[in-house]
Design a protein around this ligand. Structure first.
Ligand code: PAF
Length: 282
């Protein structure tokens, strides 16, 4: 695996691969890689000849009171894991490489409306930071396909919309959620859970599954499904941020006429913010 730190170097490397007729898959990450990320890398390998992973803890997508400083940075073990997956290139830009003119005046890529609801409502500016960095990464790496996890459901929907609206010639591929044995979705932020919190952390997934079953059983009163779920989360010791039954593509609240449904939940367990989701087709 080659580790490349500059835009010039990654472009040169990818250009050589392209001239040799190779297709390129890209997995953007913020590092601290777990099994969920490695599944994205394996999916990338299934789609293309060359696999590029990026690690960049993007300051632009963290709010002022969020965990940017605390976010685990584990470069050496990450490299070992990527080597073991036969990753071809690791793009590891510095902050000045990513934002050469500074963050404050960086040109932004904004997806309207979808970015301000759900996680966007409690994390103002978060998705603006995500779409800005992902569009920059797309322009730096110029891949044929890019892989994103379904766990960050809203992020995936927003990136799909951004790619469509900005006509990026990149196929966006969704990777299933990797879970621990008890159902907890894998996330770098699970590392913040205390030993006492960890056994109850799967209550979010359990509640999502329960809500999905209620809808499959015929309940179309989605606000009552949401209300019951919030109560279940509180009973499990969690502080719900939101729990919403939505239409898969638009992220609008689902109506009984919708057939492609997603249920998204975000909670605080102690100081840790967890998100998860399930989907269903009616
Ligand atoms: O999902 C993530 O890890 C990040 O939001 C991403 C897509 C790498 C952009 O910084």
């Amino acid at each position: 695996m080659q580790v490349l730190e500059t835009v010039t170097d990654i472009r040169a490397a990818i250009s050589t691969e392209r001239k040799a007729g190779k297709s390129v898959a890209f997995v953007p990450t913020m590092g601290n890689l777990h099994e969920g990320h490695l599944q994205l890398v394996r999916l990338a390998r299934q789609h293309c000849d060359v696999v590029v992973v990026s690690i960049f803890v993007n300051p632009l997508q963290f709010g002022l009171n969020e965990d940017w400083e605390q976010y685990p940075r584990t470069f050496e073990p990450d490299c070992k894991k990527l080597e073991a997956e036969q990753t071809d290139f690791l793009f590891y830009p510095s902050e000045t490489e990513m934002y050469p003119n500074g963050q404050a005046t960086q040109t932004k890529v904004e997806v309207a409306v979808m970015a301000d609801i759900l996680c966007g409502a409690s994390r103002p500016g978060h998705f603006l930071g995500v779409t800005t960095v992902v569009s920059k990464l797309f322009n730096m790496v110029l891949p044929d396909v890019a892989i994103f996890g379904i766990k960050d459901y809203q992020q995936l929907a927003i990136i799909r919309r951004m790619s469509e609206d900005m006509a990026f010639p990149i196929e966006i591929i969704a990777a299933p959620i990797a879970r621990d044995e008890d159902g907890l979705a894998l996330s770098s932020r699970n590392a913040y859970l205390t030993e006492a919190e960890r056994p109850t952390a799967n209550a979010l997934y359990k509640t999502l599954c329960h809500a999905r079953q209620a809808i499959l059983d015929g309940n179309r009163d989605y606000s009552s499904v949401e209300k019951e779920a919030r109560q279940q989360l509180e009973n499990a010791g969690m502080r719900p941020d939101y729990f919403s039954v939505i239409e898969q593509k638009t992220l609008d609240p689902a109506t009984p006429a919708d057939t492609e449904i997603a249920i998204l939940g975000a909670v605080f367990l102690g100081n840790t913010r967890l998100i998860d989701n399930v989907t269903l087709t009616l």
